[in-house]
Design a protein around this ligand. Structure first.
Ligand SMILES: NC(=O)c1ccc[n+]([C@@H]2O[C@H](COP(=O)([O-])OP(=O)(O)OC[C@H]3O[C@@H](n4cnc5c(N)ncnc54)[C@H](O)[C@@H]3O)[C@@H](O)[C@H]2O)c1
Length: 272
């Protein structure tokens, strides 16, 4: 059975690169009309993602969105209301990582990462809700929110404690909102997704920073990358497409009875 998202509208954050890019292309290939969003500084890459989707026969547009800026969320949702009159899928994918020993970490850094990872996720849920409710009224399978947490939102992350803290918050927030919406009979499903190590720029940055700290006995980014591969039973990094495949399922009507769940897509890392 192939997954059909035709007639659906999706907003994806952080979609100019990495996992978000694959998610946007995959949802569009399944027929959704996708609003590709990312920082204004990433507009050129965002336009390339839109061009790729259009080449493949899909429908997409780019909208600048810094997820930590409430006014920008208001602007994006007002444009979605004008263009589509409702929203079926929100993928809160954008996020940032910080790798640093705790004694060198400042309160400003905690505020920075919280503002993006936690506040950004909250703002996405809050401002998309009215439009998700419009579509949820006519779709028995419900509208769908997918929040990107991490394997590190379930287990500990030495030298990445603030990242782990924010991702744990997203996990708990997703469950609470899933229950709240269910009790209110909003028919909006909310699930968190927990990637393990996925081959993107983020892992490149982590490999550099962690190896410089000598984490896991490594001293170069290449050694760190190999150590990352051995962290999970499948013995390799995941691909952005493998994450997009999981998002596709949670976004579709096939996952109609799934809410409040945490989907690990981590090669078995958290099962150990
Ligand atoms: N790559 C991994 O191994 C991994 C593992 C676990 C979780 N994750 C999570 O998956 C998500 C995507 O990760 P990725 O690896 O593709 O990251 P990435 O760094 O490769 O890409 C992140 C994207 O988010 C955008 N972004 C950053 N700050 C933003 C902001 N304030 N507003 C809007 N967009 C912003 C960036 O411009 C970029 O396009 C993140 O939430 C990340 O925490 C990734």
């Amino acid at each position: 059975m192939s997954i059909d998202l035709s007639g659906k509208t999706a907003v994806v954050t952080g979609a100019a690169s990495g996992i978000g890019e694959s998610v946007a292309i995959t949802l569009a290939a399944a027929g959704a009309s996708v609003i590709v969003t990312d920082l204004a500084a990433q507009a050129a890459r965002g336009a390339e993602v839109v061009a790729r989707i259009t080449e493949l026969g899909g429908s997409a547009c780019f909208h600048a969105l810094d997820i930590s800026d409430e006014q920008q969320w208001v602007a994006v949702m007002s444009s979605v209301r004008e263009q589509h009159a409702g929203l079926d899928i929100l993928v809160n994918n954008a996020g940032v990582v910080l790798v640093k020993p705790i004694e060198e970490t400042s309160l400003d850094e905690l505020r920075w990462i919280s503002r993006i990872n936690i506040e950004g996720t909250f703002l996405g849920v809050k401002h998309s809700m009215p439009l998700l409710r419009v579509r949820a009224q006519t779709n028995p399978a419900g509208a769908s929110i997918i929040n990107f947490s991490s394997a590190m939102g379930i287990k500990g992350y030495p030298f990445g404690s603030l990242y782990s803290m924010t991702k744990g918050a997203i996990r708990a927030f997703s469950k609470s909102i899933a229950l709240e919406f269910a009790q209110l009979r909003y028919n909006i499903r909310v699930n968190s997704i927990h990637p393990g190590l996925v081959d993107t720029a983020m892992v490149g940055l982590e490999s550099e920073k962690l190896s410089a700290l000598g984490a896991m006995g490594t001293s170069t980014p290449e050694e760190m990358r190999r150590a990352f591969q051995n962290l999970n039973p499948l013995g390799r990094l995941g691909s952005p497409q493998e994450l997009a495949n999981a998002v596709l399922f949670l976004a579709s009507d096939l996952s109609s009875f799934i809410t409040g769940s945490e989907m690990t897509v981590d090669g078995g890392e958290t099962a150990q």
